[in-house]
Ligand binder design. Structure first.
Ligand code: ZN
Length: 275
């Protein structure tokens, strides 16, 4: 699944190409995504200049004078630059054509979305998909104290609290397991029991885990943006525990454990990660 680092890398890749450029054509090839792609979207954005390309959580936001295109890559999607003459593939849902660039949204499992937000519907921050999002991990307001304050009183397991995305966005399944390992925190520990000191460790672990993924994304940016790999070819993350059940913990050598929390797999070391 594309996580925040993949989406941010996609954003950086496409922003350099499309900012300030005119959308010559927007084509909907298969409107069935998580929600149907609005049929009027071509009318709204064709001939319009891309004023900016931002990211909020895992949503890509393409800003135009008349509104914002909201794009989500779902479980298996990618938004890639392709050659002007490259044949379309099955599951290519939508296509953006610029004078010298072409992008395809590919999404075999159809959990992604392409939506439109007009200013007449109110501020973008109040959009139903955006307003429930937690703070951005690299926002200066996201601090150990912020984390500690928002975990207070929560009986939910810390792994679940992170994964929910309502406190901080971007800590998906891989990064939650990896961050908790780095911070030495047991994934089933009640979120509200974390001391400020452990929140400091967790905060640092979240930032370093995401930054490492962004750095690895930077090095693969070219491939990611320029249509080379197979669909769903996401970053190779150097994992300490994720999907390493039964293999030795890189810190202590004990076998990594796998448990299921909220139907998602969690990986951890029972010796290095304490409640
Ligand atoms: Zn260990």
């Amino acid at each position: 699944m594309p996580e925040l680092p993949e989406v941010e890398t996609t954003r950086r890749g496409i922003a350099t190409v499309i900012n300030g450029k005119i959308v010559r054509q927007f084509l909907i090839h298969e409107p069935r995504l998580r929600w149907p792609v609005p049929g009027q979207l071509p009318l709204w954005i064709q001939g319009q200049i891309v004023l900016g390309c931002e990211r909020r959580g895992k949503y890509l936001l393409l800003h135009f004078e008349q509104g914002t295109q909201i794009i989500h890559l779902g479980m298996s999607g990618s938004l890639r630059r392709v050659a002007l003459d490259e044949p379309r593939r099955k599951h290519d849902h939508a296509e953006w054509l610029f004078d010298d660039a072409r992008f395809l949204l590919h999404d075999p499992r159809r959990f992604g979305a392409i939506l439109w937000h007009a200013p007449s519907s109110g501020p973008l921050e109040n959009h139903p998909l955006i307003r429930t999002l937690g703070i951005e991990p690299f926002d200066p307001l996201f601090t150990p104290l912020y984390l500690h304050r928002h975990l207070q009183g929560r009986r939910i397991a810390i792994k679940q609290a992170l994964l929910g995305g309502k406190i901080v966005v971007g800590v998906g399944n891989i990064y939650a397991s990896e961050s908790l390992f780095l911070a030495g925190i047991h994934p089933e520990m009640p979120a509200g029991d974390l001391s400020l000191h452990r929140c400091e460790k967790l905060h640092a672990a979240i930032l370093s885990t995401l930054q490492a993924a962004l750095d690895s994304g930077g090095s693969t940016l070219r491939d990611y943006v320029n249509a080379s790999g197979a669909p769903g070819a996401y970053f190779d993350i150097h994992a300490n525990v994720y999907e390493r059940a039964g293999r030795p913990c890189p810190r202590c050598g004990q076998a990594i454990k796998r448990i299921v929390q909220g139907q998602r797999a969690t990986y951890y070391c029972s010796r290095c990660q304490r409640r």
